[in-house]
Design a protein. Structure first.
Length: 151
């Protein structure tokens, strides 16, 4: 199963439509669970990160392979991501991706991760990034199943 824990709610219809489309497409290959953690509105960054950390930790399980999405993470090609997903699924029942909020992720969440993954050195709006992640997970399953997909 793929779990995506993300900080923030999706408000824009076009993003909700894209997410829904990839959820439908991925259902052919794996179970998918998307868990939305509300943005914290505390008065400083460290408080925000701490509140969000506590909410994220409720959904992390010891049997999960945890991948945090971080600018400092490892960059992979789509083929390398598909191979990584394939290897992980041979040993873990769940792959859990964690997308932070406006201020990123608390260091304790980063320390719990088995892997830190980066899509780019650029910063993406975290709601849009959810769509990018889903597309790459879908692409990975297409690659693993030797199915054609737009290049």
């Amino acid at each position: 199963m793929i779990k995506i824990i993300c900080v923030g709610k999706i408000k824009e219809k076009y993003l909700m439509d894209a997410i829904s489309e990839y959820q439908k497409r991925l259902s052919k290959y794996t179970k998918l669970q998307i868990i939305e953690i509300p943005d914290s509105n505390e008065d400083n960054i460290e408080k925000n990160l701490t509140v969000e950390k506590e909410k994220i930790e409720k959904y992390l399980q010891d049997k999960d392979y945890i991948i945090t999405l971080e600018i400092e993470g490892k960059m992979l090609t789509s083929i390398e991501l598909s191979e990584t997903i394939d290897q992980i699924q041979q040993h873990y029942p769940n792959i859990t991706f964690v997308i932070g909020g406006s201020y990123g992720l608390h260091d304790n969440i980063k320390k719990k991760a088995n892997m830190a993954l980066s899509f780019s050195k650029m910063t993406f709006q975290h709601q849009l990034f959810r769509v990018l992640l889903l597309e790459q997970i879908y692409r990975s399953y297409r690659i693993l199943n030797h199915e054609a997909y737009h290049k």
